[in-house]
Design a protein around this ligand. Sequence first.
Ligand code: GLN
Length: 447
Amino acid sequence: AIVARTKAVDPKVKAFNSFDEADALAQARASDERRAAGQARGPLDGIPIGIKDVISVEGQPLTASSKMLANFVSPYDATVTKKLKNAGAVCWGRLNLDEFAMGSSTENSAFHTTSNPYDLDRVPGGSSGGSAAAVAAGEAIATLGSDTGGSIRQPAALCNVVGLKPTYGLVSRYGLIAFASSLDQIGPFTRTVEDAAITLGAIAGYDPLDSTSFKTEIPDYLAELSKRKGPWKIGIPKEYFGEGLDPEVAAAVEKAVSYYEKLGCEIKNVSLPHTEYGVGVYYIIATAECSSNLGRYDGVRYGHRSKDAKDITELYFKSRAEGFGPEVKRRIILGTYVLSSGYYDAYYLRAQKVRTLIRQDFLNAYKEVDVILTPTAPTPAFKKGEKASNPLAMYLSDIYTIGVNLAGLPGLSIPCGFSKSGLPIGLQLIGQPFKEAELLSIAHTYD
Ligand code: GLN
């Protein structure tokens, strides 16, 4: 059914970069046989899960939606892929994104822009726009995305699905193409919070192949959902409700706040005073790390190699010039600048210090509240082309999601209504480190 649905709608939605129907059907048949033999592996057995095209699936293309990796085939499984396969899931297709996960609309994909299933003239958000749109359009039951500054939560909000960015270190990054290693996390897109709990349970856990992976007990997130009933203390940070917030988004989020209030939750105003530096700090740290991570695409080891280079230096220059798109180049240049001698202290080091203050803001707030509630994105889905020529305007669509990555916290976006013109609006809940079970429970109450 998912294959048929994808074939019917994907020519319009364009969520996928590629899919391998024969392979998916073979995986599904294997699952059927396990079930028939009474050997089903749990709730994900036979469930088609789409995977963002920056996460390795052995034998499948892995492009990062970049010309640089247009012909690259992954030689091994990412840890999350392996875990999904062990759970019996059918790994279904490679989902579009902004090139190397840099962007908020999928317009930076070197291949095509994905459409928002709720309005095909609008973007699905990004960078994991393909992952969000696929779930929204019924082209997969769940998908995986990656979130460096909002790339799971913002597209989830724009496409009316659930998107979870786990605590940094909960889910292995082994086999994820690195963008900014201290911020990147893999997480699920689903239709419901229950499905998010199941999918997170399958992919979370310590992995010796990722040096930043954290040793912690993985609870049965699904079972935990019904155990916790609150009432919770919910923090509302005033810095997230100021200028630039669309009035319809504000109204939808306020409705959610009154819902929790009626439930008996205590609503408290909290302050995250360093919020205004979030975007600036993020674009220093993320670009610095990406300039280092993308150094491997030199035309020598793998990826695109220029055909008309005369010597090794020209090979580097031309391979990069031809292989990378404009946003990736902009970020590499910014990143090398903030790391260069003479500017390192003024930009990179200073940004690291402010990052600590941003994390401290959240930890201070958690002395008073269990969870923080904000809008996920300042506006509903924007029109294709609307922000494409203005990087700064595009960067501001992550204003509410970036702090969570800088602080390493879990963040979740759930649907919370529609604008008058029928565009989805998302609500963000920000939890305490490694307290995903609680975060999911709070979201489940509203779901
Ligand atoms: N939109 C942000 C950026 O362009 C975040 C992307 C992400 O989380 N991968 O960097």
